[in-house]
Ligand binder design. Structure first.
Ligand code: ADP
Ligand code: MG
Length: 249
C-alpha cells in the first residue's frame, strides 16, 4: 500500500519550569493511502503532541517527515507549514470549535472565503459536503441549535471543504454518546472511501478504535504496540486487552 505521510524518529520535549517533559520519544509511523489509523494511549502519553506535529501545527525537536514519500525539511516551518495545512490537511477536534455567531453554511464556507474562492464555486462545494455529512436542511441553523453529533458533522464538513487528503481528528467522539460516536465513525469510513482520504483518529474508546484499519498504542511518549483490525467482534476485546496491558505494565 502506498504511503501518504511518514515520520521517522520524532522526538519532542517541553520545558515546564525546571522539569523537562519528553512528550514524544523517537516515534516512527506511516499513514497509508486510504487508511484509517487510530491512536490510543492514556492521558499525557503524547497523542495530541503527535497530531499537532503531523498536522504542521507544532515543530518536533528531532525527526523527519515525509509527505507522499518526499522528505519535507520545512514541513513545520512557516510559511511552508501554512501551505501544507491548507493544501493537504483537515482537522477535527473534540470541542467542534465552531463559530456560534455564524450559520452552518457560513462555518463550513469559512476556509474557502479565507482562500478567496469565488461565491458560485463556494456554493457548489458546500452543498456537496452538506450532502456528504447528511446536514441538508440545517444550512441556516446556528451551531447552538444543533445536537452534538450534528455540530461535529458541521466541523467535519468544514475540515474536508478544501478536499484535504489527510484528516486528523483529536478525540472527535469524546463529547458524543455511544450511538452518535458510531454514526461519526461510519461517516469517517464513508469519507475515506468516497473522497480517497487517509485519516488519523486519536481516541480513548476501544469501540471507536475498532473502526480503524490499524490501532497504535502510546505510553509515555513511546509507540509501544500496534494492532491490525480484522473487522470481527474480537477486535474490541483485543483492543481493550492491549490498552490495559499498556497501562498496567
Ligand atoms: N505546551 C506544552 N507545554 C508543556 N508541556 C506540555 C505542552 N503540551 C503538552 N505538554 C505535556 O506533554 C505531555 C504530552 O501531552 P499531550 O500530547 O497533550 O498528551 P495526550 O494528548 O496524550 O493527553 C504531557 O505530559 C503534557 O503535560
Ligand atoms: Mg490529547
Amino acid at each position: 500500500m502506498s504511503e501518504v505521510l511518514r515520520v521517522e524518529g520524532i522526538s519532542k520535549k517541553y520545558a515546564n519550569g525546571d522539569e523537562i517533559i519528553e512528550a514524544l520519544k523517537n516515534v516512527s509511523l506511516t499513514l497509508h493511502k486510504g487508511e484509517i489509523l487510530a491512536i490510543m494511549g492514556s492521558s499525557g502519553s503524547g497523542k495530541s503532541t503527535l497530531l499537532h506535529i503531523l498536522g504542521a501545527l507544532d515543530v518536533p525537536d528531532e525527526g523527519k517527515i515525509y509527505l507522499n514519500n518526499i522528505y519535507e525539511k520545512n514541513y513545520c516551518k512557516e510559511p511552508y507549514s501554512t501551505q501544507i495545512r491548507s493544501k493537504y490537511i483537515g482537522f477535527v477536534f473534540q470541542q467542534f470549535n465552531l463559530i456560534n455567531d455564524l450559520t452552518v453554511i457560513e462555518n463550513i464556507s469559512l476556509p474557502l472565503i479565507l482562500d478567496g474562492v469565488e461565491d458560485s464555486l463556494i456554493h457548489k462545494m458546500v452543498t456537496e459536503k452538506l450532502e456528504m455529512v447528511d446536514l441538508i436542511g440545517k444550512e441556516h441553523n446556528r451551531p447552538c441549535e444543533l445536537s452534538g453529533g450534528q455540530q461535529q458533522r458541521v466541523a467535519i464538513a468544514r475540515a474536508i471543504i478544501t478536499n484535504p487528503k489527510i484528516l486528523l481528528a483529536d478525540e472527535p467522539t469524546g463529547n458524543l454518546d455511544y450511538n452518535t460516536a458510531k454514526d461519526i465513525m461510519s461517516l469517517f469510513i464513508k469519507m475515506n472511501n468516497e473522497l480517497k482520504q487517509s485519516t488519523i483518529i486519536v481516541t480513548h474508546d476501544p469501540m471507536v478504535a475498532s473502526y480503524a484499519d490499524r490501532v497504535l498504542f502510546f505510553h509515555d511518549g513511546i509507540l509501544k504496540n500496534e494492532y491490525q483490525t480484522n473487522n470481527t467482534d474480537t477486535d474490541i476485546d483485543e483492543i481493550i486487552n492491549l490498552f490495559r496491558n499498556l497501562v498496567t505494565r
